[in-house]
Design a protein around this ligand. Structure first.
Ligand SMILES: [Zn+2]
Length: 418
Protein backbone atom coordinates (compact mmCIF):
# COMPACT_ATOMS: atom_id res chain seq x y z
CA UNK A 1 0.00 0.00 0.00
CA UNK A 2 1.23 3.48 -0.78
CA UNK A 3 0.26 6.89 0.43
CA UNK A 4 1.74 10.19 -0.53
CA UNK A 5 1.68 13.74 0.72
CA UNK A 6 2.89 16.92 -0.91
CA UNK A 7 4.81 19.58 1.00
CA UNK A 8 6.21 22.91 -0.13
CA UNK A 9 9.53 23.52 1.62
CA UNK A 10 10.64 27.13 2.03
CA UNK A 11 13.75 27.49 -0.12
CA UNK A 12 15.99 30.41 -0.98
CA UNK A 13 16.26 31.66 -4.54
CA UNK A 14 19.64 30.01 -4.91
CA UNK A 15 18.27 26.68 -3.76
CA UNK A 16 15.33 26.89 -6.16
CA UNK A 17 17.67 27.52 -9.09
CA UNK A 18 19.75 24.53 -7.95
CA UNK A 19 16.61 22.38 -8.15
CA UNK A 20 15.81 23.75 -11.61
CA UNK A 21 19.34 23.01 -12.84
CA UNK A 22 19.21 19.52 -11.32
CA UNK A 23 15.97 18.89 -13.13
CA UNK A 24 17.54 19.87 -16.45
CA UNK A 25 20.40 17.45 -16.00
CA UNK A 26 18.09 14.76 -14.65
CA UNK A 27 16.00 14.96 -17.82
CA UNK A 28 19.16 14.72 -19.90
CA UNK A 29 20.29 11.65 -17.96
CA UNK A 30 16.87 10.07 -18.47
CA UNK A 31 16.84 10.77 -22.20
CA UNK A 32 20.35 9.40 -22.68
CA UNK A 33 19.45 6.26 -20.74
CA UNK A 34 16.20 5.65 -22.63
CA UNK A 35 17.89 6.25 -25.97
CA UNK A 36 20.66 3.80 -25.14
CA UNK A 37 18.20 1.10 -24.01
CA UNK A 38 16.06 1.38 -27.13
CA UNK A 39 19.02 1.46 -29.51
CA UNK A 40 20.42 -1.69 -27.94
CA UNK A 41 16.99 -3.33 -27.36
CA UNK A 42 17.81 -3.88 -23.73
CA UNK A 43 16.07 -3.24 -20.43
CA UNK A 44 18.96 -4.19 -18.21
CA UNK A 45 20.09 -1.72 -15.56
CA UNK A 46 23.47 -3.32 -15.41
CA UNK A 47 24.01 -3.08 -19.15
CA UNK A 48 22.96 0.54 -19.07
CA UNK A 49 25.33 1.30 -16.24
CA UNK A 50 28.29 -0.33 -17.96
CA UNK A 51 27.67 1.30 -21.33
CA UNK A 52 26.27 4.70 -20.53
CA UNK A 53 27.27 5.75 -17.01
CA UNK A 54 30.56 7.31 -18.05
CA UNK A 55 28.95 9.30 -20.84
CA UNK A 56 26.14 10.56 -18.62
CA UNK A 57 28.70 11.61 -16.03
CA UNK A 58 30.46 13.62 -18.74
CA UNK A 59 27.26 15.23 -20.02
CA UNK A 60 25.85 15.99 -16.58
CA UNK A 61 29.00 16.58 -14.52
CA UNK A 62 27.33 17.96 -11.41
CA UNK A 63 24.42 15.51 -11.22
CA UNK A 64 24.98 13.30 -8.15
CA UNK A 65 25.48 9.60 -8.86
CA UNK A 66 22.40 8.75 -6.79
CA UNK A 67 20.23 10.86 -9.07
CA UNK A 68 21.78 9.36 -12.21
CA UNK A 69 20.74 5.99 -10.81
CA UNK A 70 17.20 7.27 -10.15
CA UNK A 71 16.94 8.60 -13.69
CA UNK A 72 18.25 5.28 -14.96
CA UNK A 73 15.63 3.31 -12.97
CA UNK A 74 12.83 5.52 -14.26
CA UNK A 75 14.17 5.13 -17.82
CA UNK A 76 14.23 1.33 -17.54
CA UNK A 77 10.60 1.34 -16.38
CA UNK A 78 9.54 3.76 -19.11
CA UNK A 79 11.23 1.70 -21.82
CA UNK A 80 9.66 -1.49 -20.51
CA UNK A 81 6.20 0.11 -20.62
CA UNK A 82 6.93 1.52 -24.06
CA UNK A 83 7.99 -1.91 -25.35
CA UNK A 84 4.86 -3.54 -23.97
CA UNK A 85 2.61 -0.90 -25.51
CA UNK A 86 4.35 -1.17 -28.86
CA UNK A 87 4.13 -4.96 -28.94
CA UNK A 88 0.42 -4.70 -28.30
CA UNK A 89 -0.08 -2.01 -30.92
CA UNK A 90 1.95 -3.88 -33.51
CA UNK A 91 -0.64 -6.66 -33.72
CA UNK A 92 -3.32 -4.25 -34.84
CA UNK A 93 -1.60 -1.26 -36.43
CA UNK A 94 2.00 -2.10 -37.36
CA UNK A 95 2.57 1.30 -38.97
CA UNK A 96 1.39 3.21 -35.92
CA UNK A 97 3.66 1.08 -33.76
CA UNK A 98 6.68 2.10 -35.83
CA UNK A 99 5.76 5.77 -35.48
CA UNK A 100 5.26 5.59 -31.72
CA UNK A 101 7.08 8.36 -29.92
CA UNK A 102 10.03 7.23 -27.85
CA UNK A 103 9.92 7.91 -24.11
CA UNK A 104 11.52 11.24 -23.35
CA UNK A 105 11.58 13.70 -20.48
CA UNK A 106 11.22 17.44 -20.68
CA UNK A 107 13.16 19.92 -18.63
CA UNK A 108 9.97 20.64 -16.73
CA UNK A 109 9.84 17.06 -15.44
CA UNK A 110 9.33 15.81 -11.93
CA UNK A 111 12.34 13.98 -10.52
CA UNK A 112 12.04 10.73 -8.66
CA UNK A 113 14.18 10.45 -5.56
CA UNK A 114 14.87 7.28 -3.61
CA UNK A 115 16.04 6.74 -0.04
CA UNK A 116 19.64 7.33 -1.09
CA UNK A 117 18.92 10.79 -2.41
CA UNK A 118 16.32 12.02 0.08
CA UNK A 119 16.12 11.61 3.85
CA UNK A 120 13.66 12.77 6.43
CA UNK A 121 14.64 12.88 10.10
CA UNK A 122 11.86 14.25 12.21
CA UNK A 123 10.92 17.35 10.29
CA UNK A 124 14.32 17.87 8.71
CA UNK A 125 14.34 17.01 5.03
CA UNK A 126 17.54 16.74 3.03
CA UNK A 127 17.86 15.95 -0.65
CA UNK A 128 20.57 15.96 -3.30
CA UNK A 129 20.88 18.53 -6.04
CA UNK A 130 23.49 19.54 -8.57
CA UNK A 131 24.81 22.03 -6.08
CA UNK A 132 24.97 20.69 -2.54
CA UNK A 133 22.46 18.73 -0.55
CA UNK A 134 19.57 20.97 0.42
CA UNK A 135 18.61 20.90 4.09
CA UNK A 136 15.24 22.28 5.07
CA UNK A 137 12.55 22.03 7.71
CA UNK A 138 9.11 20.90 6.57
CA UNK A 139 5.88 20.44 8.40
CA UNK A 140 3.72 17.42 7.68
CA UNK A 141 0.10 17.65 8.82
CA UNK A 142 -0.59 15.84 12.07
CA UNK A 143 -3.39 13.71 10.67
CA UNK A 144 -0.93 12.24 8.20
CA UNK A 145 1.85 11.42 10.66
CA UNK A 146 -0.69 9.88 13.01
CA UNK A 147 -2.32 7.69 10.44
CA UNK A 148 0.84 6.63 8.62
CA UNK A 149 3.30 6.32 11.48
CA UNK A 150 6.47 4.20 11.43
CA UNK A 151 5.01 2.11 14.26
CA UNK A 152 2.22 1.13 11.89
CA UNK A 153 4.80 -0.17 9.40
CA UNK A 154 4.90 2.94 7.22
CA UNK A 155 8.26 3.86 5.74
CA UNK A 156 9.41 6.68 3.52
CA UNK A 157 10.02 5.05 0.17
CA UNK A 158 11.12 8.05 -1.83
CA UNK A 159 9.77 11.26 -3.25
CA UNK A 160 8.97 13.15 -6.39
CA UNK A 161 10.43 16.62 -6.54
CA UNK A 162 9.51 19.25 -9.07
CA UNK A 163 8.69 22.88 -9.58
CA UNK A 164 5.08 23.89 -10.12
CA UNK A 165 3.69 26.55 -12.43
CA UNK A 166 4.04 29.21 -9.78
CA UNK A 167 7.74 28.44 -9.45
CA UNK A 168 7.45 26.75 -6.07
CA UNK A 169 9.45 23.62 -5.33
CA UNK A 170 7.19 20.77 -4.21
CA UNK A 171 8.15 17.51 -2.57
CA UNK A 172 5.73 14.64 -2.94
CA UNK A 173 6.72 12.22 -0.17
CA UNK A 174 5.82 8.59 -0.80
CA UNK A 175 5.24 6.27 2.12
CA UNK A 176 4.86 2.54 1.80
CA UNK A 177 3.55 -0.19 4.04
CA UNK A 178 3.42 -3.92 3.28
CA UNK A 179 -0.09 -4.94 2.29
CA UNK A 180 -1.89 -6.26 5.33
CA UNK A 181 -3.39 -9.70 4.93
CA UNK A 182 -7.06 -8.91 4.72
CA UNK A 183 -9.49 -11.75 5.00
CA UNK A 184 -12.24 -11.81 2.45
CA UNK A 185 -15.43 -11.06 4.20
CA UNK A 186 -18.86 -12.56 3.78
CA UNK A 187 -21.41 -10.71 1.79
CA UNK A 188 -23.09 -10.43 -1.50
CA UNK A 189 -21.75 -9.85 -4.98
CA UNK A 190 -22.73 -6.47 -6.37
CA UNK A 191 -22.41 -5.38 -9.99
CA UNK A 192 -21.56 -1.76 -10.78
CA UNK A 193 -22.42 -0.04 -14.02
CA UNK A 194 -20.62 3.17 -14.85
CA UNK A 195 -22.36 5.57 -17.11
CA UNK A 196 -22.86 9.11 -18.20
CA UNK A 197 -26.05 10.03 -16.42
CA UNK A 198 -25.27 8.09 -13.30
CA UNK A 199 -21.61 7.75 -12.50
CA UNK A 200 -22.25 4.46 -10.76
CA UNK A 201 -25.37 2.30 -10.53
CA UNK A 202 -25.37 -0.84 -8.38
CA UNK A 203 -27.21 -4.04 -9.20
CA UNK A 204 -29.28 -3.31 -6.07
CA UNK A 205 -30.62 -0.25 -7.82
CA UNK A 206 -28.69 2.44 -5.94
CA UNK A 207 -27.53 5.27 -8.19
CA UNK A 208 -24.69 7.66 -7.45
CA UNK A 209 -24.06 11.12 -8.76
CA UNK A 210 -26.41 12.27 -11.41
CA UNK A 211 -27.90 15.72 -11.23
CA UNK A 212 -25.16 17.62 -9.42
CA UNK A 213 -22.41 16.22 -11.53
CA UNK A 214 -24.22 16.84 -14.75
CA UNK A 215 -25.07 20.38 -13.74
CA UNK A 216 -21.50 21.23 -12.83
CA UNK A 217 -20.11 19.55 -15.92
CA UNK A 218 -22.55 21.37 -18.15
CA UNK A 219 -21.58 24.67 -16.58
CA UNK A 220 -17.89 24.01 -17.13
CA UNK A 221 -18.51 22.90 -20.71
CA UNK A 222 -20.44 26.07 -21.37
CA UNK A 223 -17.82 28.37 -19.86
CA UNK A 224 -15.10 26.50 -21.69
CA UNK A 225 -16.72 26.85 -25.08
CA UNK A 226 -17.23 30.57 -24.50
CA UNK A 227 -13.61 31.09 -23.52
CA UNK A 228 -12.30 29.01 -26.40
CA UNK A 229 -14.22 31.23 -28.75
CA UNK A 230 -12.53 34.33 -27.36
CA UNK A 231 -8.97 33.05 -27.53
CA UNK A 232 -7.39 36.00 -25.74
CA UNK A 233 -4.52 35.55 -23.34
CA UNK A 234 -6.63 36.07 -20.24
CA UNK A 235 -9.20 33.63 -21.63
CA UNK A 236 -6.47 31.03 -21.95
CA UNK A 237 -5.37 31.68 -18.39
CA UNK A 238 -8.94 31.27 -17.20
CA UNK A 239 -9.26 28.01 -19.17
CA UNK A 240 -6.27 26.60 -17.39
CA UNK A 241 -7.74 27.53 -14.02
CA UNK A 242 -11.07 25.96 -14.93
CA UNK A 243 -9.47 22.70 -15.94
CA UNK A 244 -7.97 22.54 -12.46
CA UNK A 245 -11.32 23.26 -10.76
CA UNK A 246 -13.06 20.65 -12.83
CA UNK A 247 -10.42 18.03 -12.12
CA UNK A 248 -10.65 18.67 -8.40
CA UNK A 249 -14.44 18.43 -8.53
CA UNK A 250 -14.23 15.09 -10.36
CA UNK A 251 -11.67 13.76 -7.89
CA UNK A 252 -13.82 14.80 -4.95
CA UNK A 253 -16.87 13.12 -6.48
CA UNK A 254 -14.89 9.95 -7.08
CA UNK A 255 -13.61 10.01 -3.50
CA UNK A 256 -17.12 10.34 -2.09
CA UNK A 257 -18.65 7.67 -4.30
CA UNK A 258 -15.86 5.15 -3.81
CA UNK A 259 -15.93 5.72 -0.06
CA UNK A 260 -19.67 5.13 0.14
CA UNK A 261 -19.30 1.95 -1.90
CA UNK A 262 -16.36 0.66 0.12
CA UNK A 263 -18.17 1.36 3.39
CA UNK A 264 -21.24 -0.69 2.45
CA UNK A 265 -21.41 -3.45 5.04
CA UNK A 266 -22.81 -6.54 3.39
CA UNK A 267 -20.72 -6.63 0.21
CA UNK A 268 -17.89 -9.08 -0.50
CA UNK A 269 -17.22 -8.47 -4.17
CA UNK A 270 -17.78 -5.53 -6.50
CA UNK A 271 -17.92 -6.38 -10.17
CA UNK A 272 -17.04 -3.74 -12.74
CA UNK A 273 -17.11 -3.83 -16.48
CA UNK A 274 -13.73 -3.71 -18.12
CA UNK A 275 -13.74 -0.37 -19.89
CA UNK A 276 -10.04 -0.40 -20.63
CA UNK A 277 -10.46 0.00 -24.35
CA UNK A 278 -12.69 2.18 -26.45
CA UNK A 279 -13.63 -0.96 -28.39
CA UNK A 280 -15.60 -2.01 -25.38
CA UNK A 281 -17.43 1.29 -25.32
CA UNK A 282 -18.33 0.98 -28.95
CA UNK A 283 -19.71 -2.47 -28.31
CA UNK A 284 -21.71 -1.06 -25.47
CA UNK A 285 -23.35 1.20 -28.00
CA UNK A 286 -21.90 4.35 -26.54
CA UNK A 287 -20.04 5.65 -29.52
CA UNK A 288 -21.68 8.83 -30.68
CA UNK A 289 -19.70 12.00 -30.39
CA UNK A 290 -21.29 13.60 -27.35
CA UNK A 291 -21.11 10.35 -25.48
CA UNK A 292 -17.44 9.95 -26.27
CA UNK A 293 -16.80 13.46 -25.10
CA UNK A 294 -18.50 12.80 -21.79
CA UNK A 295 -16.66 9.56 -21.36
CA UNK A 296 -13.24 10.95 -22.12
CA UNK A 297 -14.03 13.78 -19.75
CA UNK A 298 -15.03 11.70 -16.81
CA UNK A 299 -12.15 10.09 -14.97
CA UNK A 300 -13.26 6.49 -14.96
CA UNK A 301 -9.85 5.08 -14.25
CA UNK A 302 -9.51 7.46 -11.31
CA UNK A 303 -12.74 6.15 -9.79
CA UNK A 304 -11.55 2.61 -10.39
CA UNK A 305 -8.25 3.25 -8.61
CA UNK A 306 -9.91 4.87 -5.62
CA UNK A 307 -12.50 2.13 -5.36
CA UNK A 308 -9.85 -0.60 -5.48
CA UNK A 309 -7.70 0.79 -2.69
CA UNK A 310 -10.62 1.69 -0.47
CA UNK A 311 -12.18 -1.72 -0.96
CA UNK A 312 -8.89 -3.46 -0.31
CA UNK A 313 -8.73 -1.75 3.07
CA UNK A 314 -12.16 -3.11 3.93
CA UNK A 315 -11.68 -6.64 2.61
CA UNK A 316 -13.86 -6.23 -0.46
CA UNK A 317 -12.58 -7.63 -3.73
CA UNK A 318 -12.98 -5.77 -7.02
CA UNK A 319 -13.36 -7.93 -10.13
CA UNK A 320 -13.70 -7.10 -13.81
CA UNK A 321 -15.84 -8.68 -16.49
CA UNK A 322 -16.35 -8.36 -20.21
CA UNK A 323 -18.38 -5.24 -20.95
CA UNK A 324 -20.03 -6.47 -24.11
CA UNK A 325 -23.81 -6.30 -24.39
CA UNK A 326 -24.31 -5.54 -20.71
CA UNK A 327 -26.56 -2.62 -21.57
CA UNK A 328 -28.46 -4.38 -24.36
CA UNK A 329 -29.16 -7.66 -22.61
CA UNK A 330 -32.31 -8.24 -20.56
CA UNK A 331 -31.26 -9.17 -17.05
CA UNK A 332 -34.30 -11.43 -16.65
CA UNK A 333 -34.64 -13.46 -19.86
CA UNK A 334 -31.09 -12.78 -21.11
CA UNK A 335 -32.23 -11.82 -24.61
CA UNK A 336 -29.93 -9.36 -26.35
CA UNK A 337 -32.04 -6.75 -28.09
CA UNK A 338 -30.85 -3.23 -28.69
CA UNK A 339 -34.41 -2.02 -29.30
CA UNK A 340 -35.49 -2.86 -25.76
CA UNK A 341 -33.59 0.08 -24.40
CA UNK A 342 -35.53 3.33 -24.44
CA UNK A 343 -33.69 6.26 -22.90
CA UNK A 344 -32.95 5.43 -19.32
CA UNK A 345 -35.49 2.58 -19.14
CA UNK A 346 -35.01 -0.98 -20.22
CA UNK A 347 -38.34 -2.45 -21.33
CA UNK A 348 -37.81 -5.98 -22.56
CA UNK A 349 -39.74 -6.70 -25.76
CA UNK A 350 -39.68 -10.41 -24.99
CA UNK A 351 -40.57 -10.86 -21.34
CA UNK A 352 -41.85 -7.42 -20.36
CA UNK A 353 -39.15 -6.78 -17.75
CA UNK A 354 -39.21 -3.06 -17.04
CA UNK A 355 -36.44 -1.41 -15.02
CA UNK A 356 -33.89 1.39 -15.03
CA UNK A 357 -31.45 0.72 -17.86
CA UNK A 358 -28.40 1.21 -15.66
CA UNK A 359 -29.70 -1.15 -12.97
CA UNK A 360 -30.38 -3.70 -15.70
CA UNK A 361 -26.79 -3.34 -16.91
CA UNK A 362 -25.43 -3.62 -13.37
CA UNK A 363 -27.34 -6.89 -12.83
CA UNK A 364 -25.92 -8.22 -16.10
CA UNK A 365 -22.41 -7.31 -14.98
CA UNK A 366 -22.93 -9.13 -11.69
CA UNK A 367 -24.37 -12.18 -13.45
CA UNK A 368 -21.53 -12.26 -15.97
CA UNK A 369 -19.15 -12.53 -13.06
CA UNK A 370 -21.19 -15.25 -11.32
CA UNK A 371 -21.31 -17.19 -14.58
CA UNK A 372 -17.58 -16.90 -14.96
CA UNK A 373 -17.00 -18.09 -11.42
CA UNK A 374 -19.29 -21.05 -11.98
CA UNK A 375 -17.63 -21.99 -15.25
CA UNK A 376 -14.10 -21.76 -14.00
CA UNK A 377 -15.01 -23.78 -10.93
CA UNK A 378 -14.44 -23.02 -7.32
CA UNK A 379 -10.77 -24.00 -7.33
CA UNK A 380 -9.86 -21.33 -9.79
CA UNK A 381 -11.61 -18.65 -7.81
CA UNK A 382 -9.78 -19.21 -4.58
CA UNK A 383 -6.39 -17.69 -4.70
CA UNK A 384 -3.72 -19.79 -3.01
CA UNK A 385 -3.69 -19.11 0.68
CA UNK A 386 -7.17 -17.70 0.76
CA UNK A 387 -9.72 -19.36 2.98
CA UNK A 388 -11.88 -21.59 0.86
CA UNK A 389 -15.56 -21.21 0.50
CA UNK A 390 -16.14 -17.52 0.02
CA UNK A 391 -17.80 -17.86 -3.39
CA UNK A 392 -20.36 -19.96 -1.57
CA UNK A 393 -20.89 -17.14 0.88
CA UNK A 394 -21.34 -14.73 -1.94
CA UNK A 395 -23.61 -17.05 -3.76
CA UNK A 396 -25.96 -17.73 -0.88
CA UNK A 397 -26.32 -14.05 -0.26
CA UNK A 398 -26.83 -12.87 -3.80
CA UNK A 399 -30.56 -12.67 -3.41
CA UNK A 400 -31.69 -13.02 -7.00
CA UNK A 401 -35.14 -11.62 -7.75
CA UNK A 402 -37.91 -14.23 -7.58
CA UNK A 403 -39.15 -13.53 -11.08
CA UNK A 404 -35.81 -14.19 -12.62
CA UNK A 405 -35.40 -17.55 -14.35
CA UNK A 406 -32.05 -19.05 -13.51
CA UNK A 407 -29.50 -18.77 -16.29
CA UNK A 408 -28.65 -22.05 -17.99
CA UNK A 409 -25.09 -21.95 -16.87
CA UNK A 410 -26.19 -21.56 -13.29
CA UNK A 411 -28.48 -24.58 -13.12
CA UNK A 412 -25.63 -26.99 -12.47
CA UNK A 413 -24.24 -25.69 -9.24
CA UNK A 414 -21.00 -27.28 -8.17
CA UNK A 415 -21.37 -29.31 -5.02
CA UNK A 416 -20.50 -27.41 -1.92
CA UNK A 417 -22.52 -24.39 -2.90
CA UNK A 418 -25.74 -23.88 -1.09
ZN1 LIG B 1 -36.52 -10.02 -21.00
Amino acid sequence: MRRSITVFPKLSGKEVSAVVETRKQYARAFNMSAECLINNSSTSKRFLHEVQYGRIKEECPSLPTGLIQCARDVAVEAVKAWNAKRTKLRQKHPKKAERMKRPSMKESCTMRYDVRTITLRGSQLTFSTCDKRIRTIISIPEFFTERYSPSGGWKLKGANIGVDRKGRVFVNLIYECPDPAIEDRDGKIVGLDRGIYNIVTTSDGVRYGAKDVRRVKRRYNHVRSELQGKGTRSAKRRLKAISGCEKRFAHDQNHCISKKLADTDDVSVYVLEDLSSMDMLRLKGKSNRTMRKWLSNWSYSDLEEKLIYKCMRNGIRVEFVDARYTSQKCSVCKTIDKASRKGNRYVCRHCGNNMHADTNAAINIRDNYITRVMQSGQAAVNQPGEPSGHPANGWSAIGRPETEPVDKTLTSKPSGLS
